[in-house]
Design a protein around this ligand. Structure first.
Ligand SMILES: C[S@@+](CC[C@H](N)C(=O)[O-])C[C@H]1O[C@@H](n2cnc3c(N)ncnc32)[C@H](O)[C@@H]1O
Length: 290
């Protein structure tokens, strides 16, 4: 199949979010999404929920982070996070990578992308718009792959449902054979989602040199308030010369149920060295703070 049909002209798409256009092709089953009245006191992101009414008249309460429930309803993920809560991270992260690639005179069409925490494919779609050579999705839940197949069947060359903290050998061999040179992970680090160990494994699967483009809640990179371990991991990777940060941008990832901004940072880094065995070993025994 032609991955780059004329209507998806790269020139037009590079700086515009793709999810809006995709919504025209998604048979949304969402009638209404109602946010709770939290009286200005938003719960932590991990406890946010909403009420969903589907077109067939069913009503249910869904916790935002119960992604298996969210992905099952076509149009719900986009309607909630992108439409109502104004998430902009996939295009933000991809645009930041564009800028850095331009400085390096690197061609986005030569990217072989590993999209970790791929969900229903919104991030992969940004890379498709840029003409990436290959895009492989990884997610821990089968509902994510099912939703990607349903909503964006043209995005991924392969989509693996697996746990990167315990990657089966057959998946590891397959992923290494793809010579992946770009790791992206958006809205998926911390909060009981992708732990540092899985992120490091994904980085290890890339060839060297390679690119890293991700976002993370700003407090998770702040040594003083990080309980996830990511602040230490990124520091460790930098100090050991495994990665070199090229761009770091603070921005509003989305608003919360009280309408307040949730600040994240988008990071673009270069992988300069293979991940040393000692580093893999050290992080294989650590999930959070030391
Ligand atoms: C908020 S969604 C982000 C989806 C997509 N990246 C986006 O920006 O639209 C987080 C995704 O991370 C996935 N996830 C959570 N823990 C994971 C893990 N340990 N390994 C891989 N994926 C994971 C979830 O299943 C979910 O699909």
């Amino acid at each position: 199949m032609d991955k780059y049909p004329n209507e998806y002209s790269r020139a037009k798409d590079t700086h515009a979010p793709r999810w809006r256009r995709r919504m025209e092709d998604i048979d949304s089953q969402v009638a209404t999404i109602r946010l709770p009245d939290v009286d200005g006191e938003a719960p932590d992101q991990d406890r946010e929920y909403c009420e969903l009414v589907t077109l067939d008249g069913q009503t249910k309460t869904v916790r935002f982070h119960d992604y298996d429930e969210v992905y099952k309803i076509p149009g719900f993920y986009e309607g909630l996070f992108y439409e109502m809560l104004q998430c902009c991270s996939p295009s933000r992260v991809a645009n930041l990578l564009d800028d850095v690639l331009e400085d390096f005179e690197d061609n986005p069409e030569e990217l072989r992308v590993l999209d970790v925490g791929a969900g229903n494919g919104i991030v992969g779609d940004e890379f498709l718009a840029r003409g990436a050579e290959k895009i492989i999705g990884v997610d821990i839940i089968p509902e994510a792959r099912q939703a990607a197949d349903r909503d964006r069947p043209d995005v991924y060359d392969d989509y693996i449902v697996t746990d990167l903290t315990d990657l089966p050998e057959r998946h590891e061999e397959n992923l290494r054979e793809q010579n992946l040179n770009c790791l992206t992970t958006v809205a998926a680090l911390g909060y009981g989602d992708i732990p540092p160990k899985a992120f490091l494994k994904a980085l290890d699967l890339l060839v060297t040199p390679g690119w890293l483009a991700f976002n993370i809640k700003e407090t998770f990179l702040d040594a003083g308030s990080d309980g996830t371990g990511f602040s230490d991991l990124v520091k460790h990777l930098n100090r050991d010369g495994v990665i070199q940060i090229q761009s770091y941008r603070r921005y509003c990832h989305r608003i919360n149920v009280a309408g307040e901004p949730l600040h994240y940072v988008a990071v673009v880094a270069r992988k300069l060295k293979d991940v040393p065995d000692e580093l893999m070993e050290f992080w294989s025994h650590r999930d959070g703070e030391a």
